[in-house]
Design a binder for this molecule. Structure first.
Ligand code: RM4
Ligand code: NI
Length: 212
């Protein structure tokens, strides 16, 4: 399996965060990395085979990839995504304790999440700034980039892990249950789902609980 090396992506050893837009992301063979990445799906569809299990991707899907994970992309249909690469949770120069805002690292937890269009819009602004800072090797540049990264992480943490509305929670449950669905069907189901408010019907609630 191919090992992607951070040194091929980060502008220098001094840099701890960088942005790799994939517009589009072509099918990409199985690989792992010596870095971590946050994959944010802008638009389109595809299948993300993550640690040997297929997940359907659509606009707003977020995936947290660690250095020991392996993954590939297939059945892509206009899949636009942004990878935010960072060396490791403990390898920042000016940040500590950020594990608190990453998905729990117990090996079995959820790694795919879904955020709404508003959060996606906000994430894009942070990513734009991160991309501009990725070439600034000065201490000030690295500190600014890490601080932006933390803002992005807080936004994703808020949007992914602490969704208050039923609808957001349901979307994450659904994202998980779509694991083996074809991209086209998955996108159709998920879009319809996100456009409609959460159902109060007891039998719907029971179905959601069953998937959970
Ligand atoms: C690839 C693909 C991989 C990512 C690298 C940086 O096109 O998106 O997942 O690790 O870029
Ligand atoms: Ni990757």
């Amino acid at each position: 399996m191919t090992l992607l090396a951070g040194d091929d992506f980060f502008a220098s050893r001094a840099m701890t965060v960088t942005v790799e837009p994939r517009a589009p992301q072509p099918p990409f063979p199985e690989h792992h990395h010596d870095f971590y990445e946050i994959v944010l799906v802008e638009s389109g569809a595809g299948v993300h085979v993550f640690n040997d299990r297929p997940y359907t991707l659509c606009s707003g899907t977020v995936c947290f990839v660690r250095d020991r994970d392996h993954h590939l992309f297939e059945n892509v249909e206009g899949l636009y995504l942004t990878n935010v690469l960072y060396r490791a949770p403990q390898a920042f120069r000016f940040l500590t304790g950020i594990d608190r805002f990453l998905p729990p690292d117990d090996g079995q937890g959820q790694v795919h999440w879904h955020i709404g269009q508003e959060a996606l819009q906000e994430a894009r602004q942070h990513i734009r700034t991160l991309a501009q800072l990725a070439e600034d090797h000065s201490d000030e540049g690295v500190a600014a980039s890490e601080s932006r990264f933390l803002q992005l992480l807080l936004l994703l943490h808020r949007s992914c892990c602490q969704l208050e509305s039923n609808r957001g929670r349901d979307a994450n449950v659904l994202a998980l249950s779509l694991r083996a669905t074809s991209p086209a069907v998955g996108v159709e189901v998920l879009s319809a789902f996100l456009d409609a408010p959460a159902s109060d019907d007891p039998s719907d609630r029971r179905s959601i609980e069953a998937v959970e």
